[in-house]
Unconditional design. Structure first.
Length: 223
């Protein structure tokens, strides 16, 4: 299932760092934002983006840095595919969503509000963890379509990556079995081009080390 062909694809999340797992237990007082840039070392660089939503009395400490580093490690594997243009910077807005479903019930997963009409970029909804006997149900819809483009039941460690131009709305549910409640942790990400002018470093040719220590002017190529 190809993201470019269908507008969505299944992705693997990889092992969830302890700092990220702990983040689901913390009060959701802010959104985590990272800037993702391609470097001359042929790798993605993740840098935190300052948020003005943080209350003045909430200190920025080591737990925040560990959470951001853990999220960057997860996204490096999950988003590092050919669908992202390496000539551009990307802004990633991350939400940690915990949902609890009582025994024998089906609960709608409440996600952050959808982007505005015509919004581009990519969306990611991945199951970072689940405790209890239950399953997830995810449906992706296109513009004006009553029937879903995709209906899936992602397991822990699995996620859906989709192009916002093809998938305009989504619906996610958590189904708990009769044996007991289910707790599910979702990593929700919105990936888009940052607003404003392009950074100066992005417009200049990159200098990389060539033969015998020479410097070569180059530009990163799409993978």
């Amino acid at each position: 299932m190809s993201l470019r062909e269908h507008g969505f694809a299944f992705v693997g999340l990889g092992p969830v760092p302890g700092a990220v797992a702990a983040g689901f237990r913390e009060p959701p007082y802010r959104v985590v934002r990272l800037r993702m840039s391609w470097t001359a070392d042929d790798d993605w660089l993740f840098l935190p983006v300052t948020s003005y939503e943080v209350p003045y009395d909430v200190p920025y400490d080591g737990a925040d840095r560990r959470l951001e580093a853990g999220l960057a490690a997860l996204l490096r594997r999950t988003l590092g595919g050919p669908w992202l243009d390496v000539h551009a910077d990307w802004l990633i807005e991350l939400h940690l969503v915990r949902t609890v479903a009582p025994a024998g019930s089906t609960v709608a997963v409440r996600l952050p509000g959808p982007p505005g009409a015509g919004a581009g970029g990519f969306g990611l909804v991945a199951v970072a963890g689940r405790a209890g006997a239950g399953t997830a149900r995810s449906r992706l819809f296109g513009a004006g379509g009553a029937a879903p483009l995709l209906e899936a039941a992602p397991a822990p460690g699995q996620g859906l990556l989709f192009d916002r131009r093809a998938v305009t709305r989504e619906r996610h549910e958590l189904l708990a079995g009769p044996a007991g409640p289910v707790v599910q942790d979702l990593l929700v990400a919105r990936v888009s081009r940052p607003a404003g002018p392009e950074p100066a470093l992005r417009r200049r040719p990159m200098l990389v080390r060539g033969p015998a220590g020479t410097l070569v002017r180059t530009r990163p190529a799409l993978r």
